[in-house]
Design a protein around this ligand. Structure first.
Ligand code: GDP
Ligand code: ZN
Length: 354
């Protein structure tokens, strides 16, 4: 087991050399639960907490470590470490914090690829693929579309579905698999790259757990002698949310990932709907909403079939959600600002008095 097996690379190494004292060990957060972490290093898996300093300087939730993060640690007791700092993140998958409009919560960090899993049965829905794709674009995570449960349809039906996806989604690899017949699983394993980190996105029931088992199964890499002797016969313990597969790929699957909502992210819209955005440059009005305007190039393109009608509707819907989300954030900021002014005013009036 080396750090590279966990995804360590030259960029991280450079950062370490320049910013991290030699007295610290380096590890990767493999699970998180209420500010208690498990950090994996080349030698062991440690229970970890963050040092007070890091806690006090944390301004927002995203300053705390997340699964997938690289951290500098020191051991203070047997199997126990303190997290001193979090390395800069290459990618972040986040979602709206529960009950807090406009606040985001990090689900996982440093993911390279997301498998957008979609079942080919009655739930098949390209709008949903576009939505998950938008999450990937926002997060700078590369997407791979997985069409699952192909044992339920014949080859002709599968080709039809693939061409439907290709009409609306460009330049994203599509891999068709079945966890039942195992068709496509080997191809998928071969496509995965050593030291790259993957996650699974998709609605409940599309087969994410089954795919995880197909990928990990009995082959789950025995990562080090200590954990394999203490967890004899155990493949995936419930607390381990980051696993190293035998093909060298690293898979993150945590409860938060399962809840990444398709409404959580809209920033990457422009990348998902490149064609629409390109065509919209020809609209007569700069602030065209592409709904009723005369001289709207998008409407014209929908009319003559250049833009898929469903794609167009999905785009408008996601645009509206984006605007709604942005205005909620703006409102929050304004409230915080007003509150800040009030505190300042209060402080000033106090100092004036005395
Ligand atoms: P998750 O909610 O995305 O984790 O989905 P699960 O992995 O729990 O799968 C949901 C259901 O779909 C289960 O009943 C699985 O047995 C079934 N399933 C998963 N993959 C396949 C497949 O390739 N073919 C068929 N026919 N069923 C599958
Ligand atoms: Zn327009």
């Amino acid at each position: 087991m080396t750090l590279e097996d966990l995804g360590y690379n030259i960029e991280l190494e450079n950062y370490q050399n320049e910013n991290i004292s030699d007295s610290f060990e380096i590890g990767r957060v493999i699970s998180e639960h209420k500010e208690r972490y498990v950090v994996k290093t080349v030698v062991n898996e440690f229970d970890a907490e963050i040092i007070g300093n890091l806690r006090f300087s944390a301004l927002k939730r995203s300053d705390f470590p997340a699964v997938g993060d690289w951290v500098a640690i020191s051991e203070y007791d047997e199997n126990k470490v303190l997290i001193h700092s979090v390395f800069p993140r290459k990618t972040i998958i986040e979602r709206q914090a529960v009950g807090k409009q406009g606040e985001k919560q990090i689900i996982a960090a440093n993911i390279d690829y997301a498998f957008i899993v979609q079942a080919v049965d009655r739930d098949f829905n390209i709008n949903r693929i576009e939505r998950y794709l938008t999450i990937c674009n926002t997060s700078k995570v590369k997407a791979i579309i997985i069409l699952n449960k192909i044992d339920l349809i014949n080859d002709a039906e599968l080709s039809e579905l693939i061409s439907l996806v290709k009409i609306r989604v460009n330049q994203v690899p599509i891999i068709a698999i079945s966890n039942e017949s195992k068709k496509g699983i080997e191809e998928l394993k071969e496509q995965m790259k050593k030291g790259k980190t993957y996650c699974l996105l998709g609605s409940s029931g599309v087969g994410k757990s089954s795919l995880l088992n197909s990928l990990a199964g009995r082959e789950l890499m025995k990562t080090d002698s200590i954990s394999s002797s203490t967890n004899k016969g155990q493949h995936i313990t419930s607390h381990r949310e980051l696993i190293v597969l035998e093909n060298g790929g690293i898979l993150i699957d945590n409860p938060g990932m399962r809840e990444v909502g398709i409404t959580d992210s809209t920033d990457g819209l422009e990348m998902t709907f490149i064609t629409i955005v390109e065509i919209s440059k020809d609209c007569k009005f700069k602030d065209c909403t592409h709904t009723t305007e005369i001289g709207c190039a998008v409407l014209a393109a929908v009319e003559d079939g250049e833009i898929d009608e469903n794609s167009y509707e999905n785009y408008l819907k996601m645009e509206r959600e984006k605007e709604h989300f942005e205005s909620t954030i703006a409102e929050r900021r304004k409230k915080d600002k007003d509150f800040g002014k009030m505190v300042k005013h209060y402080k000033n009036s106090k100092t004036n008095k005395y």
